[in-house]
Design a protein around this ligand. Sequence first.
Ligand code: F0G
Length: 482
Amino acid sequence: MPVKFYKPENQVPLEMHKVRVVQKLNLLKVEDRLRAIQEAGNNTFLLQNKDIYMDMITDSGVNGMSDKQTAAMMTADDSYAGSETWNRMKAAVKEVFGVDNLLPAHQGRAAENILAEAFVKPGMKTLMNFHFTTTKAHITRLGGEVIELVDPKGLIPQSDDPFKGDFNLQNLRDAIDKFTPEKVAFVRVEAGTNLIGGQPVSLENMLAVTDICHEKGVVSVLDASLLQDNVYFMKTREPMCKYMEVKEIYRLLASRFDIIYFSARKLSFSRGGFILSSDPKWTDMMMEFVPLYEGFLTYGGMEVRSIEAAAQGLLESLDMEYINQGPEFIAYLAKELDDYGVPVILPAGGLGCHLNCTEFVPDMPHNQYPAAAVGAAVFIAGGIRGMERGTVSEQREPDGTERYAELELQRLAVPRRVFTLSQIKYCADRVKWVWDNRSLIGGLQWTMEPKVLRFFFGRMKEIGYWQEQLVEKFKADFGDSL
Ligand code: F0G
């Protein structure tokens, strides 16, 4: 239950933890922020952390660790094979998911690589609510195709639908029939659908997907990387979950999906990746790839200290007083921005707050990359680093034409247990300033465009001199302030 304040106007999300280790931050002058983003080719991935005040690029591998996690790291048992650390990880997975079969991988995408190697053959289809960049890259690399079956409600930027990540179940049935079950490598549910705004999937919908898979004889896979946020939304938005224990939800899912994998950089506030199943048949199918690509079966390319942190962190992901913090801060940021009239994805999801850049700069064409342009403006305004989740994050079609993103989003991730509420308020205030000055924002053009995963290392420059104009306006409005 959220803590209720005496004066309604004082109501804010209240953390049920305190900060015991801090890190000094830098906030550069606005001219230096301009220089930094231009030197980074307007790609926030290429910024240096020393030049950043609020790092909101991701919630991956940057979540605040608990005292118990750091303590557990000290007990790590370093051995190539059969370490006690691995046994503790297995025990945590048993406690949370109720299953015995576990494989390690060095992070989420490594688990995806193994999954794709084991199941995807040329010409096969993988059906999912929505793709994630690395998932899709592994599948297409092996000649498979990704078919997205999110319900159309998921692509409406603002609504009050609580579960915009849901599959369209009829389309799922039709797709399996059309492609035939033999040609479907697997059906993948992404909990907390990343690229459409961290939007959750309801428990009812997840269970219905697994029912369809069982009925049709198709493998069901849950990407649980964002499951802790998704479970929070199930508990708070879905009547059937209100009186379920958090653990009951995790265990029910593990009993119904054939395979679950996750990035421990998200689920469990740590680092690494894992694949689990209630049926050894599936983990046996993937096992041989672990020593080949990752490392032996009891560490999988991970440092044992990270595995200890993951084991403890996984247990903490059962605690509503921990897992509520991310979604509640995100909802707070989204509400502040919405109250200011800034277009954000609503309802707020997990992972972060997403600016809807199609509305932010409505006249800018997709091929001037509105989401990246807004991201550069937000960095100049506040030293705040977000991530482009729009056309830049797509892959070009095989014939070289641009594939325009369904949603042009600038994502401001809220790593769990990291920021204070004053920092979140600062972020809302600076984004509001960018919104009020949006007429100054211009487009971007490539100066170096990589063929694969271009959003990671591609470079762009401003079209014209809009960024210098933005700096001038900042100085006029803020004077000497950083
Ligand atoms: N699945 C989902 C839903 C993810 O969000 C991510 C990573 C992965 C898989 C891959 O995991 O990074 O450990 O290899 N998302 C990060 C992000 C990168 O910033 O959204 P990984």
